[in-house]
Structures are given as structure tokens and as C-alpha cells.
Ligand binder design. Structure first.
Ligand code: SAH
Ligand code: SF4
Length: 354
């Protein structure tokens, strides 16, 4: 574990760190007001601090390194994906999505991912390391600056970028607590959504936190054999166990669980696949989000045809399950999980061999 950087710290931790360095604790609030509300991107921008103190802090509690080094925008300009370089040179991605009624940041929780789902770009390179709370907070603040330039406010944060959030549980929860603190960034707990490939202990732990965050579970199939081939974690936590944990989550939190289903042509998008899912979800307080799959390199699969998506949706709707189809915005800019990073790695590898 490396030394904490500024955005890793809760209010109390920052106040203690400042006191330990011989500075008054009230500086913590000044820094937070400038950084979490004023969206200052460095100590130099915290004009309420004396210049000497800014220099001292930059050396002792460094600003979190999460520098934008590349981006891509959808043709309509509403979806923007940013590639960030971290202190150790690793790269991660985050996406902003501007909707008429909300402005959402989709953030990464790990560099790479250990789960290894074959349809996902992040899963292909394996796990590299966990992100610190500050590296997650930094992605959100970057998105908030983008929103503010458009005279918008960031309204939602979804942990659907690279990584499995529940494999980095403590850092993810710390990032939520930091961003949720009403004296700082002040984003309500209900504005956060954690997406998991089905980490049952993580779901149970989250249910016990008495936090009103939203839970999304990547389902992709309603039978264990197919689901295990798409999400290897299903071998450890099969559907029966997973859905029991989801039922308990809905019961404890009174929150509707979202199930995500990425539809791949001829793999999991048939009428019978939809019927299996409908059967499994019977009686569960939930909502299903269908996502036409974004192709990734080295897979010969195709995204489902619009007609198959529609049939799938109909089967679920008829079974009484609220179902929406996520628009495929971002496909043009390779906004699918991990895709910009893998493209950059391929480019780097190509230029290294030139
Ligand atoms: N690891 C977590 C969160 C990150 S992935 C999880 O798996 O839930 C966020 C969502 O994007 C998941 O539902 C995942 O299944 C989906 N996803 C990943 N790659 C995709 C792709 N190429 N096309 C469509 N959805 C994809
Ligand atoms: Fe990891 Fe989620 Fe991608 Fe699976 S879909 S490899 S769990 S990031």
C-alpha cells in the first residue's frame, strides 16, 4: 500500500494528517471546499491557502495523480470517454454520458480485472492492480469538471468501467463515503450504482452497510452452464446463491436490483434464454437492462440484431419484469468496458516494435 494521496482521505483523515504536519485542522475544510466543491485540480488552484503551505502540502500529501492522456467523443458529443494515466504509468478509463435529465460518470475500480469474462475487453488482459479511493474520486471530479463546463451538474456515478468493484470493496466504499459527505462533494447515496459480476459476499456485505446505493448485477444468462461460460465467477457463486443474495438485498434495502444482460448474437439472445431469465427472476424486486453487446477484439461474436433484442424484451415484459434497452451510445467511440485502454495498449505495442 502506497502512502495516501489527497483524494484518498475522508474529512477526518485529512484533518488528522494536517494536524500531524503541524497545520490547523480547519485547513481541511478549506482544501475540501476548493477541491470537492470548487473542483480545483491541484494545490495551485486552492487560492485560499498561503503559497508556502500549498508547496508543503504538495510534497507531503500529494494531489492524487490521475491525468487525462486521451479521449474520444461520440459524434453527437454527448458521450465522452477519457483515458487517464496514474502515478505508476498504468492507465484506466472513465466515461461521461450527458442525458437531458442526468449527467452520469462511469468509473473504473481496478486496472484490468481478474474475473476474465470472454466478452469483455477488461477481462482479456487480466488484473493488474486495485485503484485507491482517490483514483476513483479523481475520475468523478474530472467528470464533474466536464459537466460544469457545460453548465451541468454531475448527478450519477456508476461503477461500470474497468474492474470488479466488489474485488476492491474497501476502496470503492471509501470513494462513495468521500463523495457522499454532504460537507464536501455531497452526492446522495442513491446516485451511486455498483455493478458486480456476481460477487455474493460483496452483495451481502453491501446490504449490511445501511447505505442507499443501487446494486446492479451482470446476469447475461438464466442457466448456470451458459452463465459460467460468460462469467467464470459463476462457478464460484452459481445462480441459486447469487439470486438469493439479490433477494436478501432487495428485502433489506427496499431497493430494486438492476440486472444487466449483454446480448450476443446466437450466444445468449434467444427466446428460450429470455424465458429462463424470466423464470429465475420471478417475484424479485428488480429491473432488467438489456445491452446490445459491444464487439471487442479477438472475438468473432456479433452484437444481437435489433429484432432479437426486441423479442427478448417482450418475453421479459410479458412475465411482468420491467425491462429497458440501453441505447448503444458510445459504441462509436469504443466506450465498452476497457476498450479504449486495450486499443491504446495495442497502439503502444505497435509503435514499440516499429
Ligand atoms: N465488473 C463489473 C462492472 C464492470 S463491467 C460487472 O461485470 O458487472 C460493467 C458492465 O458492462 C457489465 O454488465 C458487463 O457485463 C458489461 N460489459 C462488459 N463488456 C461489455 C461489452 N463488450 N459489451 C456490452 N457490455 C459489456
Ligand atoms: Fe471484469 Fe466485469 Fe469485465 Fe467481467 S465484465 S471481466 S467482471 S469488468
Amino acid at each position: 500500500m502506497t502512502d495516501p494521496t489527497l483524494l484518498d482521505l475522508t474529512h477526518d483523515a485529512l484533518a488528522h494528517a494536517l494536524e500531524a504536519l503541524g497545520h490547523p485542522a480547519y485547513r481541511a475544510r478549506q482544501i475540501e471546499t476548493a477541491v470537492l466543491q470548487g473542483l480545483a485540480a491541484s494545490y495551485d488552484e486552492v487560492s485560499t491557502l498561503p503559497v508556502a503551505l500549498r508547496r508543503d502540502l504538495a510534497a507531503r500529501i500529494p494531489f492524487t495523480v490521475c491525468d487525462p492522456v486521451g479521449s474520444a467523443e461520440s459524434p453527437d458529443g454527448e458521450t465522452r470517454k477519457t483515458l487517464f494515466r496514474l502515478r505508476d504509468g498504468e492507465t484506466i478509463e472513465a466515461v461521461t454520458m450527458a442525458y437531458p435529465d442526468r449527467f452520469t460518470a462511469c468509473v473504473s475500480s481496478q486496472v484490468g480485472c481478474a474475473v476474465g469474462c470472454p466478452f469483455c475487453a477488461s477481462g482479456q488482459g487480466g488484473w493488474v492492480r486495485d485503484l485507491s479511493p482517490g483514483e476513483i474520486v479523481a475520475q468523478v471530479l474530472h467528470a464533474a469538471r466536464a459537466a460544469s463546463r457545460l453548465n451541468r451538474r454531475l448527478t450519477n456515478v456508476v461503477y461500470m468501467g474497468m474492474g470488479e468493484p466488489f474485488s476492491n470493496y474497501d476502496a470503492v466504499l471509501s470513494s462513495i463515503r468521500i463523495l457522499n459527505d454532504p460537507r464536501g462533494f455531497g452526492l446522495g447515496a442513491r446516485s451511486f450504482t455498483l455493478s458486480t459480476a456476481g460477487d455474493v459476499p460483496g452483495i451481502r456485505r453491501l446490504a449490511a452497510e445501511s447505505l442507499q446505493v443501487n446494486l446492479a448485477v451482470s446476469l447475461h444468462a438464466g442457466n448456470d452452464e451458459l452463465r459460467s461460460s460468460l462469467i467464470p465467477l459463476n462457478r464460484q457463486f452459481p445462480l441459486g446463491e447469487l439470486l438469493e443474495a439479490c433477494r436478501a438485498y432487495a428485502k433489506t434495502t427496499h431497493r430494486r436490483v438492476t440486472f444487466e444482460i449483454a446480448l450476443i448474437d446466437g450466444v445468449n439472445d434467444g427466446r428460450r434464454h429470455a424465458a429462463e431469465v424470466a423464470e429465475r427472476l420471478r417475484g424479485l424486486l428488480c429491473h432488467v437492462n438489456l445491452i446490445p453487446w459491444n464487439p471487442v477484439p479477438h472475438r468473432r461474436w456479433r452484437r444481437s440484431a435489433a429484432a432479437a433484442v426486441e423479442t427478448y424484451r417482450e418475453v421479459l415484459t410479458k412475465a411482468g419484469i420491467a425491462t429497458t434497452v440501453r441505447d448503444s451510445r458510445g459504441v462509436e467511440i469504443q466506450a465498452g468496458c476497457g476498450q479504449l485502454r486495450s486499443q491504446r495498449q495495442a497502439e503502444d505495442a505497435r509503435s514499440a516494435t516499429r
